[in-house]
Design a binder for this molecule. Structure first.
Ligand SMILES: NC(=O)c1ccc[n+]([C@@H]2O[C@H](COP(=O)([O-])OP(=O)(O)OC[C@H]3O[C@@H](n4cnc5c(N)ncnc54)[C@H](OP(=O)(O)O)[C@@H]3O)[C@@H](O)[C@H]2O)c1
Length: 264
């Protein structure tokens, strides 16, 4: 049985992906009654408001609460034996050392997922100690592969991962929003500009995922003296790469700060 502590947005994304893959035997513990009802009705699973009951009944426990709620569940679960359980934490900023102390086991995988998981197009990066069993790693991979791609990286890179793929969907959405607003200024109706911007982003992402590099794609679209080159000149002159670097650097810095605050 796979248990989720916390039945919020990211837990639902994972559950949706798992349900689509036919993974059953899911239990969710969640304090809010309406949220429990929502998950039960949509995914035909069982829920509880009792974290101890959930943990005792599951061999894989996904920690999907906000990091600031960890101390509350640590206290509640202090008598639970996690020795033979796999703990998968998706909490931003909580490191493996802290997780090992809280759950008193080494069978832990730390994961940074992202919101496109809701459409099974997520990017999850996982970190674990070298000593973690293959069984634990495979259990985590099994669950995470239902919501998109997975990479395994050293924990020291988690802040950079948080800045790029964790926060990234918001940065990309910001760019799309700017495209929509710019399209409106050029006379397109908002709904039309929205369709054009979203399909252009989706199509571009698909093309790039075939292995074409961003530079190659730019060359494919831009011909000398043409419309694309005219637009690219503005992007290059305003040094948008520097703005993106600053954006990711700020997110990276904040991730380090929050990690220090949350994990000590
Ligand atoms: N969203 C993202 O893009 C993203 C990306 C990467 C990682 N994450 C990580 O994923 C985790 C969950 O994020 P989220 O966006 O899914 O947050 P969320 O929607 O707020 O979900 C957290 C859920 O946990 C419940 N909860 C609170 N205290 C609890 C307790 N003691 N026992 C059981 N459940 C409890 C909350 O209920 P109440 O609402 O009643 O408090 C809420 O339904 C976070 O740690 C975040 O760092 C999120």
């Amino acid at each position: 049985m796979i248990g989720f502590i916390g039945g919020g947005n990211m837990a639902e994304a994972m559950i949706k992906g798992m349900a689509a893959r036919g993974i059953k035997d899911i239990l969710v513990s969640e304090p809010r009654q309406e949220r429990r009802q929502h998950l039960e009705q949509l995914y035909n699973l069982k829920t509880t408001s009792n974290n101890v009951e959930l943990t005792n009944g599951c061999n894989v426990v996904v920690i999907a609460i906000k990091p600031q709620n960890l101390s509350a569940i640590a206290d509640e679960l202090k008598d639970v034996d996690f020795t033979n359980k796999t703990v998968i934490s998706i909490m931003a900023g909580i490191n493996l050392s802290t997780l090992e102390k809280v759950f008193r086991t080494k069978n832990i995988v730390r994961v940074m997922p992202n919101t496109p998981a809701l459409e099974q197009e997520g990017m999850s990066v996982m970190s674990a100690r070298d000593t973690v069993s293959d069984n634990t790693i495979n259990r985590a991979k099994d669950i995470l592969s239902s919501i998109g791609k997975i990479l395994t990286l050293p924990e020291t890179l988690m802040d950079a991962v948080t800045a790029l793929s964790g926060s990234g969907p918001a940065f990309i959405a910001h760019f799309v929003d700017s495209m929509i607003e710019a399209g409106e200024k050029l006379g397109l109706a908002r709904d039309i500009a929205t369709i054009l911007a979203i399909q252009t982003m989706t199509g571009t992402a698909k093309l790039l995922s075939t292995g074409i590099t961003p530079q190659e794609l730019i060359k494919m679209v831009a011909s000398p003296g043409g419309t694309t080159e005219a637009g690219l000149n503005i992007l290059n002159n305003r040094d948008t790469k520097d703005i993106v670097t600053q954006t990711l650097t700020a997110a990276h810095q904040r991730s380090i700060e929050l990690g220090k605050k949350l994990s000590g």
